[in-house]
Structure formats: structure tokens, C-alpha cells
Ligand binder design. Structure first.
Ligand code: MG
Length: 228
């Protein structure tokens, strides 16, 4: 069981499903160039899932998995993302009511094994290993929705060893928070404790062992992890 604390309250929330949106900021779509694969703004959200073992907290050490004594990737990259936390079960909720089912928000990082993901894209294979490995998604404490302000106008940043790498605003999302909640509720149904990663702005980069990563979202909080 994976639990996340709620900031300023004694509560914790048990993580249920972990859903993720890819390609939700145009500037990030444009920075991922793979020869032979056309880079288009998606007309429908790009959706993938992670196991709950991907979720870790503040201060985590995130490592590339080792199989048969060998690290499976040489290219672990940062993706800072606003995380939606679902508070009530909902199936097929219309967009105008979607925010009623949001408990709060958190700062998350969708660490990605880019070399593996690129191979998967080329071969038409799923991204699960590249995205869902153990500890791949640190999440900060949760901020309740009424303390978050306008979630479509929050500055979102990530620093590596103190250097600014990612800097964007949630207003740049292609698919909004309420659209994403409505869309996912129609397809999967959403359940209390589900986390939804909402995509990353530009500035992803290769990380190395010992790098310190600091992610921050206006009104939501911050998150610090180390690459192991
Ligand atoms: Mg991502």
C-alpha cells in the first residue's frame, strides 16, 4: 500500500491507480525528435499507466533498474508534472462537473528511461518499462483543491543541481485538468486515490548518478529527490 500525506492536515491518502498523460505541452512535444516518427499535437490525450510501486515521496533516491547486474538504461530523464488527486469515484462525468471529483493536487516527476521509450516508439511497443519502473514517480504532499488557486495558471519548474532546466505554466497544457478528468472517467472510470500525471513542459535532460532534482509548482509545493 502506498500512502501520500495531505499538507497541513494529519490525513494520508492511499494511492489507487496511476494514470498519466503524455504530450500535453507543445514545447515538450517539439523537443522529442525521433527520426522517422512524425511529431504531431495529439487530437486525443496520450494515456499510459504506471504501477503503484512507481510512487515514492520527498527525499527519494531514484535509480535505473538493474537486471542481471546491468542497468537497463543509460538515459534517465526528468519530467516535472502537476498531479491530480481524485477524491471520489466517478464514471463518465461531464467536463463541467469534473472538478467536483478532484481532492487536490501534488507536484510529481515522471522519470523516463528515454532510450527505452524511443526504442518502444520505433517498434510500436508499450512504454511500461520506460515509464513505470519502481520509484519512477516521486510525488509531493497533496494540497487540497481549494488551496491550489487556478490550476490552469501555475508556474511549474524543475532544477537539476540548482540549474533551471524546466520552466513553464499550466496554462500551456493542450488538454486541461477538467478535460482530462472527464475523458479518463469516461474510459477507465476514476476511483478515490487515483493519481493523474498531466504532462511536462520542455526542458527534459539526461541525469546522472548523484544529481539532485528540485521540482516546484506555484501554490502546490516542492519536491526534492536524488538520482541513485
Ligand atoms: Mg510525462
Amino acid at each position: 500500500m502506498t500512502e501520500i500525506k495531505v499538507r497541513n492536515y494529519g490525513d494520508t491518502l492511499v494511492v489507487n491507480n496511476v494514470l498519466c498523460i503524455g504530450k500535453n505541452y507543445a514545447d515538450h512535444i517539439n523537443e522529442i525528435v525521433i527520426p522517422g516518427i512524425k511529431n504531431e499535437i495529439p487530437k486525443e490525450p496520450v494515456v499510459f499507466l504506471k504501477p503503484t510501486s512507481a510512487i515514492v515521496g520527498e527525499g527519494a533516491v531514484v535509480s535505473v533498474p538493474v537486471v542481471n547486474g546491468v542497468k537497463i538504461s543509460n538515459d534517465i530523464q526528468n519530467e516535472v508534472e502537476l498531479v491530480i488527486v481524485i477524491g471520489k469515484d466517478c464514471d463518465s462525468v461531464p467536463e463541467e462537473n469534473a472538478l467536483e471529483y478532484v481532492y487536490g493536487y501534488a507536484v510529481g516527476i515522471d522519470f523516463t528511461l528515454r532510450d527505452i521509450q524511443t526504442e518502444c516508439k520505433k517498434k510500436g511497443k508499450p512504454w511500461a518499462v520506460a515509464k513505470g519502473f519502481r520509484g519512477s514517480s516521486p510525488v509531493s504532499e497533496i494540497v487540497k483543491a481549494d488551496e491550489a488557486g487556478n490550476v490552469q495558471d501555475l508556474n511549474i519548474t524543475l532544477l537539476v543541481n540548482g540549474d533551471l532546466k524546466q520552466s513553464g505554466n499550466t496554462s500551456q497544457m493542450i488538454f486541461s485538468v477538467k478535460f482530462i478528468v472527464s475523458y479518463l472517467s469516461k474510459i477507465f472510470g476514476l476511483r478515490k486515490g487515483d493519481l493523474i500525471f498531466t504532462g511536462t513542459p520542455a526542458g527534459v535532460a539526461s541525469l546522472k548518478t548523484g544529481d539532485t532534482v528540485h521540482a516546484e509548482i506555484q501554490n502546490i509545493g516542492e519536491l526534492n529527490v536524488t538520482i541513485g
